[in-house]
Every structure is written in C-alpha cells, then in structure tokens.
Design a protein around this ligand. Structure first.
Ligand code: ADP
Length: 397
C-alpha cells in the first residue's frame, strides 16, 4: 500500500477524479467520473482491474458534497490503493490574487467564495467539494489549482476591456481559463520543439469548452476566453464571442430575464444551437445534415480568425498545438482550420494529420503543427505534491 493524492475536478453535473501515488510516479493508479449528477448519475472507472460496482448505487438527489465525501470513503475502504494524504482541486477562478496553486485554509476559501459571481456555473461546485472534505476530514491538506493562474503573465493590454476604468477596478478584466491544460502543454513543448518551444506558439484547446492561448517563452501572452469562459471560440453549447448589443436586444426587445439569457448563451448555443442537432463534434461529423456542416464550418472559421488575432498579439507564429477532445482526435477539424492559415506558413502533412500523429506539419514548412494530448489532472497532482512536500519541510517533519 502506498499513500495517494486524490485529484478532483468537480463541475455542475460531474465529478472527474484521479488517484496518484504520493511518491514520484506520475502515472495515475485510477481515473474515473461520476456523470449525470442530479439527473441520471453514473459512476465509471478507467483504472485497470477495479470494479465500479463496488461504489454502489447513486440516487438522483445526491449532490456534489455527498458524492465527494463518499468517493473519499470508497477510496479508503473499498480499494487497496492506500490512504488519501492530500486532495488537489481544479478551481476555475483565482481572481487577481492567486497566480499559483495554494494550500486551502479558511481565509483562502473566503477569498475564493468572493469570486463566485465571476464564475457562477463552476466556482460554487468547486468550493462545495472543498468544504465537504474540510468538514469531514479537517486535517487532510487540500490544494487549489486555478484555471486562471497561467494567464497572470499577460500584459495590461491583453487584460483590459475598453470600458470605463471603474469596471476594471472592481475586477472586470479578461482573466482567461483552461490554464491547467496550457500549463501541461507548455511543459511538453521543449521535448517536441527544442529551442522553438520558447518561440511564438498558439495552443488550441478544443473540447466541449474551447479556447486558444498565445504563448511566448512558454508563458501566456493572450487568450481567447475573457472575463468568463463564454468568450472566444464557438463551443459545444456556448456561443463564444458575441456582440454585447445582442444581450441588450434579448433583454429589451425580447423581454428575456438574465437567467433566460444565461441559459441561451451557455447551454443552447454553440455547435448545438447552430446545428440544432448536438453539441458533440463526433455526432456532427457523422451527420449529413447541412446545418451540421454549417456548425462545423462556423467553428473552424471562427477558430482560424481567433488564431490569426493571437498571431498579431505574438508578432508572428512558430508553432500551433492542437489539444483536448476535438483537437487531439479530429483530423477534419484540424484540416479545416489549417487550410485557412496557409498565408501564415501553416501547411499540413495529410497522412500524418489523418493518423493523429504528433507532428502533422508538412516537412520544411515555416510553422510546426503538433497534436499533443493534454492532462490537467497531472498538473494538479504535480502541484499538490509540490505544496505538500514544501509544507512538510516548512513544518520540520
Ligand atoms: P471537455 O471540455 O468536456 O473535457 P473533451 O476535451 O473531452 O471535453 O472534448 C469533447 C469533444 O471532443 C466532443 O465534442 C467530442 O465529440 C470531441 N471528440 C472526441 N473524440 C472525437 C473524435 N474522434 N472526432 C471528433 N471529435 C471528437
């Protein structure tokens, strides 16, 4: 038996988790997910040799707090993995205060709770799980790792909206998200690009949520998501960049409430809204419906426009990296985006692209194009171990 670090990503309808050995090894012993919380809960595991049925049935009214506590109990009692000695959480918003992972205490929790209005669909669930663990296991160290932190290196221009200053003063700024994924990719770049890793790179994280990050020196210079995770690219259900006048029109002329508008922008738009079929790229790729085709084309058109804008922020382009569900798996989407970027020196090797190879750029082209799997849980596990190790040294154990 070894002691383990539990990584938790608690969302509005799911809990994703992974268990890592607390020692040096970076391979998870177990990965799993509780999906459909509140409606049709399902527990699945991808760890070798573990039986998901040992978790037992989950009732539809079980919430994130109950399930998080139950997950800890199950890990301790029903798996032979060993005691949980630390929990690392994905926390969507660290505001302007947190530019690095932090050990959670009452003061940190209070600061994070004050940020809930900035990420109302994510932050409350992240914090509910933290509170539930703290209530049952007050001595178990918990670490918060932030989706915003990687973007703290951005300059003032990348962060400012052209609004009166008083809005920036109360935190209305472009924060950016998906930072844990970008941190992982930034760490992988030297292995694949050598010295060019520190050049001008755009990383395209294309999943259900989607964004892009312009990196120079493997640090974030600009990103497509802004104040919330709604801005930028077309996503599964989110609209991405939208003329703010549309929101006023919905409110004034269509008589929609803030909650109704939120539901349209976050849950009914994007690939789902345009296709009228599905938020899932695989389903759209398999469909012959012209609206599915148009949703795909809009996704790629807007991705190429966003990427070109980020190239302006970087002053040039040395490499593009595709990652996350769509970026790692869809040769067609990568091709449709890259075809629009030919003028930037982007050219794909069609066979390598179809094979989902790591290097998919044509040999000798000006811009490298890579496909790299991301691993947000790994970044959380690393940070959690580092902070726990530092704590042990500091307290002289
Ligand atoms: P999340 O943001 O929920 O972590 P993922 O990174 O898992 O999302 O990405 C989910 C998206 O990836 C879905 O739109 C899914 O259809 C898409 N996807 C996964 N595999 C493929 C594939 N082979 N071809 C096209 N799209 C894919």
């Amino acid at each position: 038996m070894t002691s383990i670090i539990l990584v938790l990503n608690v969302g509005s309808s799911s809990i994703k988790f992974a268990a890592y050995p607390a020692g040096g090894n970076e391979t998870p012993m177990l990965r799993g997910k509780i999906a459909g919380i509140g409606t049709d809960p399902r527990f699945t595991l991808s760890g070798a040799g573990m039986d998901a049925a040992t978790f037992g049935p989950i009732s539809a009214d079980a919430g994130q707090e109950d399930l998080t506590v139950r997950l800890l109990r199950w890990l301790d009692a029903d798996t032979a993995l060993g005691p949980v000695v630390g929990v690392g959480h994905r926390v969507v918003h660290g505001g302007t205060e947190f530019s690095a992972p932090v050990r959670i205490d009452a003061r940190v929790l209070e600061t994070l709770a004050a940020l809930e209005p900035l990420a109302p669909l994510h932050q409350p669930f992240n914090l509910a799980a933290i509170r539930a663990v703290a209530a049952r296991h007050p001595d178990l160290p918990q670490i918060a790792c932030f989706d915003t932190a990687f973007h703290q290196s951005q300059g003032e221009l990348a962060r400012l909206f052209a609004l009166p200053r008083r809005f920036a003063a109360r935190g209305v700024l472009r924060y950016g998200f998906h930072g844990l994924s970008y941190e992982f990719i930034a760490g992988e770049l030297p292995r694949h690009l050598g010295d060019r890793a520190d050049g001008r790179v755009v990383v395209a994280h294309l999943g259900n949520g989607a964004s892009m990050c312009a990196m120079h020196g493997r640090k974030s210079v600009a990103t497509s998501m802004g104040f919330t995770a709604l801005d930028g690219l077309v996503m599964g259900r989110r609209c991405g960049t939208l003329d703010a006048g549309v929101v006023l029109y919905m409110q004034r002329e269509m008589g929609m409430s803030a909650d109704e508008i939120e539901d349209v922008l976050y849950r009914q738009s994007g690939l789902l809204g345009v296709s009228g079929i599905s938020p899932d790229m695989r389903v759209l790729e398999d469909s012959d419906d012209p609206k599915a085709r148009e949703a795909i084309d809009l996704f790629c058109y807007r991705a190429a426009m966003t990427l070109a804008g980020l190239v302006a922020a970087l002053g040039g382009l040395d490499a593009i990296v595709f990652t996350a569900g769509i970026g790692e798996n869809s040769a067609r989407i990568r091709r449709l985006i890259c075809e629009r970027l030919d003028w930037l020196g982007v050219s794909l090797d069609p066979d390598a692209n179809t094979a989902n190879a790591t290097r998919i750029g044509k040999a000798g082209s000006r811009c490298d194009v890579l496909v790299l799997p991301t691993d947000e849980e790994c970044v959380i596990a690393r940070s959690t171990k580092r902070l726990l190790g530092a704590g042990r040294l500091a307290s002289g154990h």
